[in-house]
Every structure is written in structure tokens, then in C-alpha cells.
Design a protein around this ligand. Structure first.
Ligand SMILES: Nc1nc2c(ncn2[C@@H]2O[C@H](COP(=O)(O)OP(=O)(O)OP(=O)(O)O)[C@@H](O)[C@H]2O)c(=O)[nH]1
Ligand SMILES: [Mg+2]
Length: 318
């Protein structure tokens, strides 16, 4: 068994090994998970969580690295979480990330973690928020969460960030893809990366049009900015940080940050509760209570709704 209070205080001091141990404990659904989460709770809430999503190869990792540099210049401690929902291993694309992050690995003000979530209990929705909590409690001012891949996972990750950045690049047919994946609804800030390539202006225009940014909005509404970057040269990273800070200020001013965090906590709690109920039902299955109820349904003595009521009663009183 780990000495959780000692690990937590070492993590607070920025010891990377302690942070890594804590993440492993919460990731692996260790028996000490509860103890860890209870110890972390009072230490969380200080970090600003930014999600970065976009099609494979658009430049998420390169942009993340450029953002790390920009935030480090501002004296911020930065956590990076690279989430790969498609792979059961933290290999593949994430290996390339190590290379792209290499200039930051020896920086004690930067903590980098990769996480594969396929085959994970409860998937992305379950695994990522726990790791974010650890990084938050460890004193990261900013946590950058990169999701590899497209589709539902991106939308899921967006639900876990304070601010969601959607990246596109010229000539990738991204506009249409983006619309299909529904990511036009989740972006708070848009990035047209690879602006050194032809077609960046056209992509920005198309995006502007699709987002209806030309249309009038109610005063006080957030108008997602489109930032052009050349992440591989660090160009536009400062503008991106400014756009992020503006969004954060807007959220704070309008109570949106609190709203989003509350919604996130509610979802997380619901997921945990449902998982616990499932486990208990499975236990009942083991002790044949569920099977006995099912047999009564088959015999025509009970309908499934009444059986479910009995089952739920048994769960909450246990
Ligand atoms: N020309 C150009 N290339 C870039 C730019 N940004 C990133 N790249 C290159 O694009 C390729 C993909 O970049 P990554 O940062 O790995 O992209 P990613 O979105 O993280 O990719 P996955 O994690 O595999 O989905 C790399 O070869 C980068 O060097 C840019 O602004 N301009
Ligand atoms: Mg990447």
C-alpha cells in the first residue's frame, strides 16, 4: 500500500514521480482510489483546463508544445495530458508526441502524461477527469488535454475542459469533416494551423462562414475567435494564449466557468454512481437474487418493472 498523504505532499512540491504514481493509482482503479480522491479534493479547482481536438495530423501535439512554451514564458506550471481513445496502448501516435514534447521533458514546471483509454473501465469519461484532478492538485496552473482521433471522443473531451480548442488545417477537407463530427458546436476557440501552407485564409473564411460568425449575436455572447498559427515555428502561440485568456475571463464574468465545472462534476458523479449500481447488480447476480427475480418473471408471477423496483430497493438498502 502507498502512503497517500506523503505522495500527495510530494506531488504538491512538484515531484514528477509522485504525480505519476498518483495518476497510476487513480487510473488503475486501485483500492486506494477513494483515499487518493479524498486527499486531492481540497487541493483542486486552481487549474485552467484546455482541451485540444482535431483531425489526426492537424498539429495538436505541435500546438500543445508551442502552448507549453508560451505559458512557461508567463511563469505558469503546465500539465499535458495526451489521451488516445482508440488505442489500448500508450504507443503509436503518443510516441511521436514524446519527440514533439522533448524540449519540455526536463522542465520541472511541466508535467506530461499519456493515457490510452480503450478497454478502460468507463472509457474516456472515467479515466481523464481523475488524471486532470491529480495534475490540478499537483499545482498545475494550466492543463492541456490533447485527444487523438475524431468523433465522439472529441465531444467527450470537450465536456471535460473549461475551454475547448478545435484545430483545423488547410487542404485536409477539414471543414466538411468538422461539420460532420459536430465539432463546430464544441469549439470556444478555433485554430487554423499550418498557416504556412496554401489555403489557410480560405479555410479560415470557410470556418467563419460555417460558424455564422458574421451574424449578429446577443451582446455578451461569446464569439469564438479564429487564430491562425504555424505551430511548428511557434507562430501564433501568444495570440492563442491571449484568445484562451479572453475566453477564461469571459466565462468567469458570466458564471460560465462555474456552470461548466458543475455540469462536469455532475456527469462524473452520475457515471460513478451508475458504475457502482452495476457492480452491485452483478453482485446480486452472483448471489442468485437477480436470477430468482428473473425466474419469477418467466413463471408469470412478476413483471419486469416490479422486479426492477425490488432490485433497486434491495440495492439502496444494502
Ligand atoms: N507545415 C507545417 N507543419 C506542421 C505545423 N504544425 C505541425 N506540423 C507538422 O504536422 C505533422 C503532425 O503534427 P502533430 O502535432 O503530430 O499532429 P497531431 O494533430 O498531434 O497528430 P495526431 O496526434 O497523430 O492526431 C508533424 O509532422 C508536424 O511537424 C505547421 O504549422 N506547419
Ligand atoms: Mg498528437
Amino acid at each position: 500500500m502507498m502512503d497517500v498523504p506523503a505522495l500527495v505532499s510530494q506531488a504538491r512540491e512538484g515531484k514528477p514521480r509522485a504525480v505519476a504514481r498518483l495518476i497510476s493509482l487513480v487510473e488503475g482503479a486501485s483500492p486506494q482510489l477513494r483515499e487518493v480522491m479524498a486527499a486531492l479534493a481540497p487541493l483542486t479547482g486552481g487549474a485552467y483546463v484546455v482541451g485540444l481536438t482535431g483531425s489526426p495530423g492537424v498539429g495538436k501535439s505541435t500546438s500543445t508544445s508551442a502552448l507549453v512554451t508560451a505559458y512557461r514564458k508567463r511563469g505558469k506550471r503546465v500539465g499535458v495530458l495526451a489521451v488516445d481513445p482508440s488505442s489500448p496502448f500508450s504507443g503509436g501516435a503518443l510516441l511521436g508526441d514524446r519527440v514533439r514534447m522533448s524540449e519540455h521533458v526536463s522542465d520541472p514546471g511541466v508535467y506530461i502524461r499519456s493515457m490510452a483509454t480503450r478497454g478502460h473501465l468507463g472509457g474516456l469519461a472515467w479515466a481523464a477527469p481523475q488524471a486532470i484532478r491529480v495534475l490540478d492538485a499537483a499545482g498545475c496552473d494550466v492543463i492541456l488535454v490533447e485527444t487523438v482521433g475524431v468523433g465522439q471522443s472529441e465531444v467527450e473531451i470537450a465536456g471535460q475542459a473549461d475551454t475547448s480548442v478545435v484545430l483545423l488545417a488547410p487542404g485536409m477537407g477539414d471543414g466538411i469533416q468538422a461539420a460532420k463530427a459536430g465539432i463546430l458546436e464544441i469549439g470556444d476557440v478555433y485554430v487554423v494551423n499550418k498557416a504556412d501552407r496554401d489555403g489557410a485564409d480560405a479555410t479560415a473564411r470557410e470556418l467563419n462562414h460555417m460558424l455564422g460568425l458574421g451574424e449578429a449575436r446577443a451582446p455578451g455572447d461569446w464569439r469564438p475567435p479564429i487564430v491562425k498559427t504555424v505551430a511548428s515555428r511557434g507562430e501564433g502561440a501568444d495570440e492563442l494564449v491571449e484568445a484562451l485568456e479572453k475566453h477564461r475571463a469571459w466565462m468567469e464574468e458570466h458564471g460560465v466557468l462555474q456552470e461548466r465545472r458543475t455540469a462536469r462534476a455532475a456527469n462524473e458523479t452520475e457515471t460513478i454512481a451508475v458504475t457502482r449500481l452495476r457492480e452491485r447488480i452483478a453482485d446480486l447476480h452472483g448471489d442468485r437474487r437477480l436470477t430468482a427475480l428473473a425466474a419469477r418473471i418467466v413463471a408469470g408471477e412478476l413483471d419486469p418493472y416490479a422486479a426492477a423496483d425490488e432490485l433497486v430497493k434491495g440495492l439502496t438498502s444494502a
